[in-house]
Design a protein around this ligand. Structure first.
Ligand code: GDP
Length: 193
């Protein structure tokens, strides 16, 4: 079965987004670090499976080695299933993502989000970055251009609408993500012909 995987730090709104996409109810704002297994769902309007992978990164009350283990599991899952994963959706919090990336950029430190972005591309999976919580962002263009810059994509972001998808899951505003994902799915279908 063709598959679209969803990854993101905890608390970026991934459960809210999954609920919006599938109509299933997800535990939002739940205890972080508890869900370790991938969850599979049908994408109502399309003929493939959505896989919700556990949230990674800092979670209050979750110990470092457990957080590392979660990340290793995610990477292993993606590597093992790369062949049938058509798109990887990296969900980030538009309000805080730049600050978090900059805080964790250093000589021997790569921020989780940036690492995940490159990892997915390395294993041949096209990535769509779902920039969530845009309802809380005033300077949308500037923020999205900064994000492009941090991911090594030349701004302006408008050139990257198949990669950068500003959304507000909570408000049900997810058209940009649907469009971006569909672009990649159709490209791959064409490649298969
Ligand atoms: P997860 O840990 O990534 O699954 O995040 P959740 O879906 O549990 O959401 C974390 C928090 O972010 C909750 O309080 C949500 O209501 C909130 N949230 C999710 N999406 C949005 C959004 O688009 N805008 C705003 N302002 N808040 C959101």
């Amino acid at each position: 079965d063709a598959e679209v995987v969803f990854v993101g730090r905890s608390n970026v709104g991934k459960s809210t987004l999954m609920r919006e996409l599938t109509g299933h109810s997800f535990e939002t704002g739940g205890k972080p670090g508890v869900t370790r297994q991938p969850n599979h769902f049908d994408w109502a309007s399309e003929d493939f499976m959505l896989t919700d992978l556990p949230g990674f990164g800092f979670m209050s009350g979750v110990e470092e080695d457990r957080r590392e283990r979660i990340k290793t599991d995610i990477v292993e899952y993606i590597e093992e299933n790369a062949e049938r994963v058509l798109v990887g959706v990296l969900v980030v919090d538009g309000k805080s993502v730049i600050d978090i990336i900059d805080r964790h950029s250093g000589e021997d430190e790569i921020p989780h989000d940036v690492e995940m972005f490159y990892f997915l591309r390395e294993v041949g999976i096209p990535v769509v970055v779902a920039v969530n919580k845009m309802d809380k962002v005033d300077d949308e263009d500037e923020r999205l251009n900064d994000l492009c810059d941090r991911l090594g994509l030349h701004p302006p972001w408008k050139q990257w609408q198949d990669t950068i998808a500003p959304i507000s899951a909570k408000r049900g505003n997810i058209d940009a993500l649907n469009e971006a994902v569909k672009t990649h799915l159709h490209e791959q279908k064409r490649d298969d012909l």
